[in-house]
Design a protein around this ligand. Structure first.
Ligand code: BMA
Length: 383
């Protein structure tokens, strides 16, 4: 009996040792990058434990600009309206592959590094997407005139070497994400997204499933193994699908993915459209969201991944209770998902906004939404 008591006491001292802040922990699940640095493994564990607390509110380009303003110190449309910052901030590195100074939405890359640092300081988590140009034509990510661009960047194909030089520029950017003390900042990298649609050169009509999977794996392997980038969690983010089979048709495999999500929007064509039409669009959105949430949450559960809504919203949300009633009560309330990322509030396009800004419609409705105990902002999760 004494022996058992002694064993239990020793076990407890060893096993129940409190975790020190910043201490290196192994990720709960193996990550796509087995050499992911400690900050990245901690981020994964943090996402996992936050999943039990609620849903993180995310916003694209939140600190970079908002409705009718651009690069103002400390400003954020979400903060203007709710007095808190989003818990997830999305950034876009399209055009970094061209060695450009700023991205396709006019955000300077050196400032983006600063915003990422600021977001990190606020306790928020950063996610990065990449609308890479079409390497074969010189056109944009949306240039789908050819259906062999993915094939052309794979090993031994005509654009492979040039494409690796593009990945080098990405690697340099990721490696340069550091906090004030010089420690690496981990980010969720959401690459080749919405590939179940066919509006990007990596889309479903532009490549075979095998080619897409090869592109994904090649990118992970190059960044991770050749360039030693170890601060990424890889995020799989198709456009809305109809069933799990479609969701997984181009899935690169559990060893290459950490976070599983989907992008899904409510259509909203113009300001003059009838109320009836808006209601129909919202109904379709709700159905789509629920189908995809079921797929993603279920798959994440089976495979030990983090489930998320990686892009969503309705431009101008011309519906009174869009956030508190439609998005929260009717869609996300009963789901265990890590985060919901709303798309950007453009500084130079008055109707291109996906979250309220000071003085816009739905300010109060959005405040009701963020006050739901399950909705978490940066201040709620700061460590
Ligand atoms: C789209 C729009 C575009 C933007 C692109 C990449 O959905 O917001 O204006 O250039 O995303 O951020």
């Amino acid at each position: 009996m004494k022996k058992i008591a002694l064993f239990l006491a020793v076990f407890c001292i060893v096993a129940c040792k409190p975790q020190q802040k910043g201490e290196e922990r192994d990720a709960i699940k193996p990550l796509a990058d087995s050499k992911a640095n400690s900050a990245t493994r901690n981020l994964y564990n943090r996402l996992n434990s936050l999943l039990q607390r609620g849903i993180l509110l995310g916003h694209q380009d939140d600190l970079a600009y908002g409705h009718n303003w651009y690069d103002e110190e400390g400003r954020s449309d979400v903060h203007d309206v709710t007095a808190k910052y989003p818990a997830v901030m999305g950034w876009e590195i399209g055009h970094i592959e061209q060695d450009a100074l700023y991205n396709l939405d006019s955000v300077y890359f050196d400032r983006m590094k600063r915003y990422i640092r600021e977001a990190n300081q606020l306790g928020a988590i950063n996610t990065i997407s990449w609308h890479a140009d079409n390497i074969a034509t010189g056109g944009s990510a949306w240039d789908c005139a050819q259906d062999n661009v993915v094939k052309s960047v794979l090993p031994d194909s005509e654009n492979h070497v040039k494409f690796l030089s593009w990945l080098d520029r990405l690697a340099d950017f990721f490696l340069d994400l550091k906090d004030d003390k010089g420690s690496s900042i981990p980010v969720m990298f959401r690459m080749y997204h919405e590939h179940t649609g066919s509006w990007f050169w990596w889309g479903s009509r532009q490549s075979t499933p095998e080619e897409y999977i090869q592109l994904w794996r090649m990118t992970v392997e190059y960044l991770r193994d050749t360039r030693n980038v170890h601060n990424l969690l890889y995020t799989y983010s198709p456009a809305a699908v109809e069933n799990e089979e479609q969701y997984l048709e181009r899935y690169p495999g559990d060893n290459y993915v950490d976070i599983v999500g989907f992008d899904c929007y409510a259509n909203g064509e113009n300001e003059e459209q009838s109320k009836e039409k808006t209601i129909q669009q919202i109904k379709a959105y709700k159905n789509n969201m629920i189908v995809n949430l079921d797929i993603v949450v279920n798959y994440a559960d089976k495979a030990g991944k983090i489930p998320a809504i990686t892009e969503t919203g309705m431009e101008r949300f011309p519906f009174p209770d869009f956030f508190s009633e439609v998005v929260y009560q009717q869609i996300i309330k009963n789901y265990k998902i890590s985060y919901i990322l709303f798309w950007r509030n453009a500084y130079n396009r008055p109707t291109h906004y996906y979250l309220p800004y000071k003085g816009s419609n739905n300010e109060f409705d959005f405040c009701v939404f963020v006050k739901e105990p399950k909705i978490l902002l940066a201040e709620d999760i700061k460590q």
